[in-house]
Design a protein. Structure first.
Length: 68
């Protein structure tokens, strides 16, 4: 997957893990050099969890909280 560029700017590098609903890769923004994690969900999966996860992350963005 390392030769693909996602959304014209993210280069997936190493698979970090996978589960029943998707695979997670480390990635670099080829424009800025920033590091990210990308999650890919199988299109055949009817659960479509990524939309819900993205909604939760947008809600939590910028909030301060402690994980226990």
């Amino acid at each position: 997957m390392s030769e693909k560029i996602i959304f014209g700017k993210y280069k997936p590098e190493v698979k970090l893990g996978e589960g029943s609903f998707g695979k997670i890769y480390s990635a670099t923004n080829i424009q800025t050099g920033e590091k990210y994690a990308l999650k890919f969900e199988d299109r055949k999966n009817s659960h479509n969890l990524l939309e819900g996860e993205a909604c939760i992350l947008r809600y939590l963005q910028g909030r301060n909280f402690n994980l226990i």
